[in-house]
Design a protein around this ligand. Structure first.
Ligand code: SAT
Ligand code: MN
Length: 589
């Protein structure tokens, strides 16, 4: 693509943006600069160009029209938490939950890496808006990248192009994100955040969370910092509308770690034994939550598409997602059938011929699809995309739900006693690690509010900020905790999950309406057996009892672990949280 093919002229950009683009170009020395207008024609050109360069393969057009496969470098398939830094002036502000580097040192390092790195390449300038373009809560950024794959993904994941540029001109400020694939060398890979100057610099990776800078880098780490200053929350949460048979819709926001089923829950299909219920997707990964003028908490989804985990998606687990990704989708790191259809573990049809690295499939060398293989697709393709997803004011939130992947301990669902207790429940979250980040899989680690990899500042300050929301929002949502991942002694899941999770969400909503019964326990309120819809499930009584049980001895040990984890935040740990933990301990006595 040539600069002549573009329909945005740099002259339309505010002077501060033009100057920054010039500075970046003089450091990185690209052959061409392309200002992205976000049009469909531009997207098609990007695709054509990547087909020509081999960055994309066309999938079977008869079965998967408009679908493409991208294979990443095998060393570049997940977020790299060890190479991700928050570069605030003070190390304490980044906190023990982040890697920290002094801004001056980080800039020196990154300047050296970016020096001349785009030689021979096209530099794309991508203005984007996180959130509905006319929302007072939306925020804009510009990503500069030398990756056409990133530009195409940003088109699907954000409101990108001319409209965003116009908004930037009006807003005056924007987040500056600079990205280069570099050499894709793990030894020369850094994801740096400079929250005080609203900058992100990412080098050496083309993978989603490391390279699509609007997503985790901007919408969580940088926005989180702004949210704290301005009195709102930027969270790793899906947002769904749950409509009951009477036609009343409640919106809930759920924080689960990466690859723990957020996209599936956001697109849930009600079980046949719950006729009349409907689920509407607002977002599947990130929520920006604002105290609304009516005293409730309101949410927007800053994103416009889904970057979802592929393996396990099939007609039974998520028919909606399965059908949604049969057209106009970019697949990353899945396998292929002999007739060029995408294939992944758990697809329940077809046979793999080629693995995600392009080799003939051999089960001895690992799965056909990488466990963190992904689809990128526009949210508009979701048949249950909520009509409220583009509402500038967002949707009012009735409940916040935290959840981890825990084979033991955490019951199916419980409700926190109040907001302050709920903040402790979120802060104490733990989950087994997944393939979404490099490192061991299946190890339990603390992941407060599912934000361990994404909180751009000290968790102590973050919890204080969460506590302060109680003073800003008179009509607080209820706070709940769920666990779909309990296992029995032989390792089998106790709860069927997927669509059946609606039974738990229905209880949560009815709790918020003051209609569902619960028993108070030391850790929170647990559903009475007859207050949760279990008909048609065929679960043995003993299993239900186990799912809803609280093992006090195990929870005492858990409280000790929470205590030593929270102690790591020293004087930044809010006294209220310490007090809540002491109350929990007293209740467990
Ligand atoms: O890599 S992403 O951050 O985009 C996906 C995830 O890990 O949640
Ligand atoms: Mn995520």
């Amino acid at each position: 693509m040539t600069a002549a093919g573009q329909s945005i002229s740099p002259a339309q950009a505010p002077p501060a943006l033009r100057r920054w683009v010039e500075q970046v170009a003089s450091r990185t020395r690209p052959d061409r600069v392309h200002w992205c207008d976000g049009s469909d024609a531009e997207y098609r050109l990007l695709i054509q160009q990547m087909l020509a360069s081999g960055e994309l393969l066309k999938l079977n057009p008869a079965t998967h029209p408009g679908c493409y496969l991208h294979r990443s470098n095998p060393s570049d398939v997940a977020r790299v938490e060890n190479l991700t830094f928050v570069c605030s002036e003070s190390r304490e502000d980044a906190g023990p939950n982040n890697n920290w580097m002094a801004p001056a040192e980080a800039h020196r390092k990154m300047d050296a890496l970016f020096d001349g790195c785009m030689h021979g390449r096209t530099m794309y300038v991508i203005p984007y808006c996180m959130g509905p373009i006319d929302s007072p809560y939306a925020r804009c950024g510009v990503e500069i990248t030398d990756s056409a794959y990133v530009a195409a993904n940003m088109k699907l994941m954000t409101r990108m192009g001319a409209e965003a540029l116009a908004r930037i001109a009006g807003d005056g400020s924007f987040v500056k994100g600079l990205h280069s694939l570099g050499e894709l060398d793990p030894g020369r890979r850094f994801i740096m955040h400079f929250p005080e100057s609203l900058e992100i610099q990412s080098y050496g990776s083309g993978y989603g969370g490391n390279a699509l800078l609007g997503k985790k880098c901007h919408a969580l780490r940088i926005a989180g910092w702004q949210a704290r200053q301005e009195g709102w929350l930027a969270e790793h949460m899906l947002v769904v509308g749950i409509e009951n048979p009477a036609g009343v819709t409640h919106y809930i926001a759920c924080a689960f770690p990466s690859a723990c089923g957020k996209t599936n829950l956001a697109m849930l299909i009600p079980p046949s034994s719950m006729p009349g219920w409907r689920v509407w997707t607002v977002g599947d990964d990130i929520a920006w939550l604002h105290p609304g003028p009516d005293g409730r908490l309101w949410a927007i989804n800053p994103e416009a598409g889904y970057f979802g985990v592929v393996p396990g998606t099939n007609v039974k687990t998520n028919r909606q997602a399965f059908e949604m990704i049969r057209r106009d989708t970019i697949f990353t790191n899945v396998g292929l059938t002999a007739d060029n259809q995408p294939w992944w573990e758990g697809i329940d049809e077809g046979k793999p011929a080629i693995d995600w690295q392009g080799r003939p499939y051999d089960p001895a060398t690992g799965p056909a699809a990488h466990p963190n293989s992904r689809f990128t697709v526009s949210a508009r393709q979701n048949p249950n995309y909520s009509p409220m997803a583009d509402a500038p004011q967002g949707v009012p939130i009735s409940a916040l739900v935290f959840g981890g992947r825990r084979s033991t301990l955490a019951p199916l669902v419980f409700q926190a006693h109040d907001w302050q207790h709920g903040v402790l429940v979120g802060a104490a979250m733990a989950s087994e690690t997944t393939a979404a980040a490099t490192g061991d899989v299946g190890v339990v680690r603390r992941d407060p509010m599912a934000m361990k990899p994404f909180a751009g500042y000290n968790f102590g300050d973050y919890w204080q900020h969460w506590l302060s929301i109680a003073r800003r929002v008179p009509q607080l949502p209820g706070i709940f905790h769920v666990n779909w991942f309990r296992r029995d002694a032989s390792g089998r899941f106790l709860w069927p999950g997927y669509g059946e999770n609606l039974r738990v969400l229905a209880w949560i909503i009815e709790r918020c309406e003051g209609r569902a019964a619960a028993d108070e326990t030391a850790i929170g309120a647990i559903p009475r057996r007859d207050s949760i819809k279990l008909a048609g499930l065929d679960l043995p009584d003993a299993t239900i009892a186990e799912l809803l049980s609280v093992d006090v001895a195990q929870w005492r040990r858990e409280a000790d672990e929470i205590d030593s984890y929270l102690a790591g935040f020293g004087s930044r740990l809010p006294a209220e949280l310490r007090g809540e933990l002491e109350s929990l301990r007293a209740r467990l006595k």
